[in-house]
Design a protein. Structure first.
Length: 143
């Protein structure tokens, strides 16, 4: 009779593990169902966000008026860029055109500019100036 008792206790144990396995499957199904609804919700949110963006009209970018203000170049700078009042951006463009035309950019270190006689007056007598230092030195010649 002892054998029958052990068999009966063993069978309910198997059923309990079977119930646990089905419980795990059920929770896994619920989790995937939650993920699916979450994906649908985010898809709805994304479409809702796209609608107002389509109404927005793209406007042309306006330049800062401070950059467009004309400056009078000094006599030494006027020899290179001309004597008419120019905005700072145009002065820099004309300086670069002069540098490239006369081949004054250093061949090894392209950031350096080798000054000729006209540029030495602008660059405070320096023979070679970096392109970043150039704009600082040129600003002293604009009024």
């Amino acid at each position: 009779m002892a054998k029958k008792a052990t068999k009966k206790t063993a069978k309910p144990a198997k059923k309990a593990t079977a119930k646990k396995a089905t419980a795990k499957k059920a929770t896994a199904k619920k989790a995937t169902a939650k993920k699916a609804t979450a994906k649908k919700a985010t898809a709805k949110k994304a479409t809702a966000k796209k609608a107002p963006a389509a109404k927005k009209v793209k406007t042309k970018r306006k330049p800062n008026p401070a950059f467009m203000r004309p400056f009078n170049p000094s006599e030494s700078l006027a020899a290179v860029v001309g004597n008419k009042p120019l905005p700072r951006t145009e002065v820099t463009k004309k300086l670069w055109a002069y540098i490239k035309k006369n081949g004054l950019q250093d061949s090894k270190n392209r950031r350096m500019i080798n000054a000729d006689a006209a540029l030495k007056a602008i660059f405070s007598g320096k023979g070679q100036v970096s392109m970043f230092e150039m704009t600082k030195l040129v600003s002293k010649h604009l009024s």
